[in-house]
Design a protein around this ligand. Sequence first.
Ligand SMILES: C[S@@+](CC[C@H](N)C(=O)[O-])C[C@H]1O[C@@H](n2cnc3c(N)ncnc32)[C@H](O)[C@@H]1O
Length: 385
Amino acid sequence: MTIKLYVDFGGYSAIEKGNLIIPRDNILNKKDFDSVEIGDVVDVYSKRGKFLGRGFKNPREVRIMTLRKEELDENYIKEKIIKANEYRLKLGFKDTYRMVYTQSDWLNGLVIDKYNDIATVQIFNYGIEKMKDVVVETLQNLGIDSIYEKSSGRNRKRAGLPEVEGILAGEKTETIIQEGNAKFKVTFDGQKTGFFLDQRENRLELERFIKEGDRVLDVCCYTGGFSVHAAIRGAEVVGVDLSKKALKLAEENMELNNIPKDKYEFIEGNAFKVMEEFIEDGKNFDVVILDPPAFAQSKKSLKSAMRGYHMLNRLGAKLADRLLVTCSCSQPVEPDAFKALVIDACLKAKKWAKIIKYGSQSPDHPITSKGTEYLKCLFLSVEEI
Ligand SMILES: C[S@@+](CC[C@H](N)C(=O)[O-])C[C@H]1O[C@@H](n2cnc3c(N)ncnc32)[C@H](O)[C@@H]1O
């Protein structure tokens, strides 16, 4: 019999609001929670006995998979992966896209990215981990040759699961993807899942705003995502990143797109320090792009994260003559709060900023329930006050 766990969220049910990860702290009958094997199916009920959802027990939380009383078996996993893939194909994605985005695709704790015939898999749910073979088999039936697992990082630690990394099938560990007019080499031993697919639309959008001869500063450039799109449009690019490995790939990506060597420079260094030095030296750029890592991993670190974003944006605004493209991938940072922060940082930098466009994550990362929207990307026209 499936164990019943009762939760007390008070007021609205968190599940109805769409939060499909239930921490042990919210469970009333903790002894029952502790008695269940990790990876086993549990049913979650409200205090008054209303069925809320069904999911898998994990060491520190329940991951809700469905709001129906249906079997969470191999068929469920297979069908949901196929459905998630079909959804992307209908949207027009072809070779490279996020194929499964966790709870948005009713596969809470599973992320799959497809790069041509290679897939990367991240699992943050022990119930799904137990059926890893089905994930591999389903991907192979969808034409995937090589599968690389990258179940590591914050989400894995938070779930209380050990980190797992390595090849699950095939041998390929790199490929060349096409994004609009740009080509990128993607490898699967770097950070995240090889490439920041979530920024696709924003990188493509950037091309609209670049003019031949523009001087562009790409801060936190990683493997040159925004840099390559700017260079393709005839800009001269300076990219800054802490990661030597990422910058090496950024250079390869410029070569791959036939960008002449004298049109770009990549600097290994701390974004804050490099920008301060540029300001001291009286440098400026037509376009400045800021795409830092998530400064706020949770609500606890929100305050210090906001200070970090403010400082970064003030420096970026000082250096920008015409356009500031600024992003935050911190889920706890609300879009309106980020807009207000950026406008304020621009004012402090003595720049009058107008929001031209507000972008979020690419639609292969569907925004559904609470916690699935995280990326904010503002395009601002800036002028001296
Ligand atoms: C979200 S990624 C950028 C993705 C990139 N814009 C793209 O489209 O592929 C953030 C990058 O910031 C870099 N980074 C983190 N902290 C940094 C710092 N203090 N200074 C410079 N780079 C930093 C990381 O190495 C990582 O490559």
